[in-house]
Design a protein around this ligand. Structure first.
Ligand SMILES: Nc1ncnc2c1ncn2[C@@H]1O[C@H](COP(=O)(O)OP(=O)(O)O)[C@@H](O)[C@H]1O
Ligand SMILES: [Mg+2]
Length: 510
């Protein structure tokens, strides 16, 4: 008695089809799983046995051999319970084996036979569609998530009984209308207009949002760094459908979607605490999960009080900052997750916060200032497009009426982003910060006057080659905000402003 059906496994951000084969033979009662299962899959046996019995089906007292193919890829997680149970029921003719064909089946079982939600449904549904299957049987709570993918049947089931009922033609699931998830972070609301003064910083954030540039702000405590950072989501451009889908896959695999919604429409804003672990930041674990750098994909990763993070943690940011993705090595495989985030860092200029402050005395001995800043390594600083020195808020600014609101800024950001999307069509990049040196040569051409200006600045500010390219990218964004085809002197001059901390850091370090 042999039965075979399909399920899905997750690898990195993608899913692939798995054949679940059940063979029941006479001999001493046993239940064996082969085909590189992990512990959670092996534990399936107990859940499947209990679930089958508790839902009033017969569990065969025979020798059961279960194979998960292809055998060379590790099968992880508890979502094979339901296909395994159905395979056993098909091999013992309690459900028609032919009816299972054309469907992929996933779901965890509880001991009493209820079907529990699982992670990674969205990439599974994508795979089912790509491979041309009829549909996917998923836990009821995950049905909306799967239904984002059009053109396949989505069957949400609450129990093993319901799944069997569906294949016998006795149970018809409801139609599912996926709901759109508006946001992943609702905690930080507010508006740019509430931030008084700090015009340079606000302008810098507008440019950063328009070109998806990394930015670091350095300034005394109480100047509004945290306040303004939390308002960045209000000026970020809306996501394209491709961006939404890619981000939602990450949240699906991280298990942060189930039961809440289906497609994430707003860019994420992640603000991990400085006590975060390496796995928490970049991802990993026994069943690998994306970390904060991937949860911030296409959005913002905000690191407040940057020097409080350990050197080890900060160095981990180098790879994703450079590549826009992160590779995690594991015992028998490596997985890669997208991690193209906009890094926003905030820090005081020294431990007490008042180094070189016009109004306060700094109480830090020089070596403390040096140690504090040396946490931010040269290579990390090199990968940051924009640096902004923040001054204390002036009293006269606090008296002023509210300034520009987020909606107005967002409109300009959207226009600048549209220019970039159009220009980079077919190149598989979406914004200026992704420009490679070759593309910089092509899209950031300078006229004579502009070249001269850059030459002067390069010598005066002792810029590195990396910094030079970053300035061009930022200037490109400023020109895009200005709806200007060419980068002009005024655009370059403004971009150069956001590089003035290089020397400050260099001086302190040496
Ligand atoms: N520019 C500003 N406009 C309005 N309020 C401000 C401004 N800067 C600071 N504040 C007030 O001071 C509080 C502390 O600011 P915060 O953002 O925590 O400063 P920082 O992070 O630079 O230390 C804010 O919550 C806000 O109430
Ligand atoms: Mg702060």
């Amino acid at each position: 008695m042999l039965a075979s059906l399909k399920s899905c496994a997750i690898y990195g951000l993608d899913s692939f089809l798995v054949d679940v084969e059940v063979y029941i033979s006479s001999g001493l009662p046993a239940f064996e799983i082969v085909g590189l299962p992990d512990t959670a899959v092996r534990e399936s046996r107990e859940r499947v046995r209990a679930a089958i019995k508790n839902q009033n089906f017969d569990f065969p007292i025979k020798r059961i051999t279960l194979n998960l193919a292809p055998a060379d890829i590790k099968k992880e997680g508890p979502h094979f319970d339901l296909p395994i149970a159905l395979g056993i029921l098909a091999a013992t003719e309690q459900v028609p084996a032919s009816a299972l064909q054309g469907y992929s089946i996933v779901g965890e079982l509880s001991l009493d036979g209820r079907v529990r939600p699982v992670n990674g449904i969205l990439p599974m549904a994508i795979e089912v569609k790509q491979k041309g299957l009829k549909g996917i049987v998923v836990p009821f709570e995950n049905a909306e998530e799967a239904a984002v993918i059009k053109g396949i049947e989505v069957i949400g089931v609450k129990s093993l009984q319901e799944a069997v009922g569906f294949f016998k033609g006795e149970f018809k699931p409801d139609d599912i209308i996926p709901e759109v998830m508006d946001t992943v972070t609702t905690e930080f609301e507010g508006d740019f207009s509430e931030v008084k003064g700090q015009e340079v910083l606000k302008r810098a954030l507008e440019i950063a949002a328009a070109g998806h540039h990394n930015l670091i702000m350095v300034g005394p405590p109480g100047s509004g760094k945290t306040m303004i950072a939390r308002r960045i989501p209000t000026i970020l451009p809306s996501m394209t459908f491709e961006e939404s889908l890619e981000l939602t896959k990450i949240y699906s695999i991280a298990g942060l979607l189930s039961g809440r919604s289906s497609l994430i429409k707003k860019r994420p804003f992640r603000a991990p605490h400085h006590s975060i672990t390496p796995v928490g930041l970049v991802g990993g674990g026994r069943i690998p999960k994306p970390g904060e750098v991937s949860l911030a994909h296409h959005g913002v990763l905000f690191l407040d009080e940057l020097p409080e993070f350990s050197k080890e943690i900060l160095e981990l940011l180098r790879e994703p900052l450079e590549e826009g993705k992160i590779t995690i090595s594991r015992m028998n495989a490596t997985v890669t997750y997208p991690a193209s985030f906009m890094l926003v860092g905030a820090m005081n200029p020294c431990p007490c916060g008042y180094f070189q402050d016009p109004f306060h005395e700094c109480s830090c001995p020089p070596h403390k200032v040096h140690n504090y800043l040396s946490k931010i390594s040269g290579p990390l600083l090199d990968r940051i497009d924009m640096q902004v020195g923040v001054s204390p808020v002036a009293f006269s600014d606090l008296e002023k009426a509210n300034s520009m609101d987020s909606a107005t800024i967002k409109k300009r950001v959207e226009l600048a982003r549209a220019v970039q999307l159009e220009r980079y069509k077919g190149l598989n990049i979406f914004y200026n910060s992704q420009l490679t040196p070759a593309l910089i040569n092509k899209y950031c051409k300078l006229g004579r006057a502009e070249k001269l200006l850059m030459k002067e600045a390069f010598q005066r500010l002792k810029l590195s080659a990396r910094a030079y390219n970053r300035i061009l990218k930022v200037a490109r964004t400023i020109a895009d905000l200005d709806q200007s085809e060419n980068i002009k002197e005024r655009h370059l001059a403004e971009a150069l402003q956001f590089r003035n901390l290089d020397r400050y850091f260099q001086n302190i370090r040496t």
